[in-house]
Design a protein around this ligand. Structure first.
Ligand SMILES: Cc1ncc(COP(=O)(O)O)c(C=O)c1O
Length: 379
């Protein structure tokens, strides 16, 4: 069986009950949620609203209308960025960001907005002071990742949130790499917009994600169309979540996500995190003993999620990933991981890095198999 160490891209396997939900749900509730009054449609709608409720609990949001279902984190980030920025706005973001933040911002920056990019420290951490210094009167948004998808470094979200709040700026967090492994409280952290991926550490199926909004700033219509109510209105409804949720939901994916959220609640984020950090510590300790390996990111585990990038002397990252796949049946990701500015800052273009990303189902045996394979490649 494949040893899967690519959970930062999407988690695998999912909790066993998620597969059961996916197998049964279309049969018992496979109607169009919210589009009819019959029992099957009501049941489908109920599943969607239950999932919405569980997401509000996960991030300590205060109301259901604050959660907008999307098809992934990219969708949520585009919705937030393009939905709130106006010509003349200034945005602060960082070199750590994924292309799902950088590309929409860089596109808008070609003509409409201005952008300040904050460099992380050598260990991959953004300094809240650097953010504070970059604030201008016309700054509308501070957009920062919760954790780097390359270095696994956890960013000081609460401190940055405080600065955003004190300066009356909107704060957008790309929570793709933290939800499910790090407790998030949007109110305590002063987060105005949060983009979540349903299929990474939240362990739901692909095609799921969501945007949280504090409702502080209206978001422009994303796509317009049927919402299941108010059909006579010629325009998109203005009430959330309907304003931003036109069209048929990924009902099956959302049902699977609900089951995954139940699994996380039962297992607890605390335990999932402890287990991932235990494996990460073990991985780092063993990799440090191999002179041909260079490791990236801080070794302070209080500032980490279960992602470790490395290079192997004499090999490109893609070569290592291919050998691991073909000869050892180990799945990792090589390349630039959609984070081009960070790789430029690290000096790892064009070879990229081998990224090992842990999930809730990885074991010490997986780490040992990976270390064995790396040693075999070297020898
Ligand atoms: C930090 C970060 N942001 C955004 C994304 C995009 O997530 P999605 O695939 O759900 O659109 C990823 C995916 O790898 C990511 O790691």
């Amino acid at each position: 069986m494949t040893i899967y160490l690519d959970n930062a891209a999407t988690s695998h396997p999912k909790p066993p009950k998620v597969y059961e939900t996916l197998a049964s749900c279309l049969q018992v509730a496979g109607a169009n949620p919210g589009r009819a009054g019959h029992k099957m449609a009501r049941l489908a709608q109920q599943i969607i609203e239950n999932t919405r409720f569980k997401l509000t609990k996960l991030i300590s949001a205060s109301s259901l209308e604050q959660i907008i279902f999307t098809f992934n984190a990219t969708d949520a980030l585009n919705m937030a960025i393009k939905g709130i920025l106006e010509p003349g706005d200034h945005v602060i973001t960082s070199y750590l960001e994924h292309n799902s933040v950088l590309r929409p911002l860089q596109n808008l920056a070609q003509k409409q907005i201005t952008l300040t990019l904050i460099k992380p420290s050598a260990e991959g951490l953004i300094s809240p002071k650097d953010i504070e210094k970059a604030i201008r009167p016309e700054t509308k948004l501070i957009a920062i990742t919760g954790a780097s998808n390359v270095l696994g470094t956890l960013q000081p979200i609460e401190e940055i949130g405080d600065i955003a709040h004190q300066n009356n700026k909107l704060f957008l967090v790309d929570a793709s790499q933290v939800l499910g492994v790090i407790p998030i409280d949007v109110e305590q952290m002063h987060i105005d917009l949060l983009a979540g991926s349903g299929h990474k550490a939240l362990m739901g199926p692909p095609g799921t994600g969501f945007l949280y909004t504090s409702l502080k700033n209206p978001i422009k219509n994303w796509r317009e169309g049927g919402t299941g109510g108010d059909s006579l209105s010629p325009l998109q409804p203005t009430n959330l979540p309907h304003q931003l949720e036109a069209g048929t939901h990924n009902f099956l994916g959302i049902a699977g996500l609900e089951t995954a959220l139940d699994f996380i609640e039962e297992k607890t984020i605390k335990k999932i995190k402890e287990q991932e950090l235990f494996l990460l510590e073990n991985l780092i300790a063993k990799l440090k003993e191999i002179p041909e390996v260079t490791l990236y990111g801080t070794f302070d585990l209080t500032k980490r999620v279960g992602v470790q990038s490395l290079s192997l002397k004499g090999y490109s990252s893609d070569e290592v990933a291919t050998i691991l796949d073909e000869h050892f049946d180990i799945a990792v990701r090589g390349g630039l991981h959609c984070a081009p500015l960070l790789h430029q800052a690290l000096g790892t273009v064009p070879n990229g890095l081998v990224r090992v990303s842990l999930g809730a189902f990885n074991t010490l045996e997986d780490i040992e198999a990976f270390i064995f394979a790396i040693k075999e490649i070297i020898s």
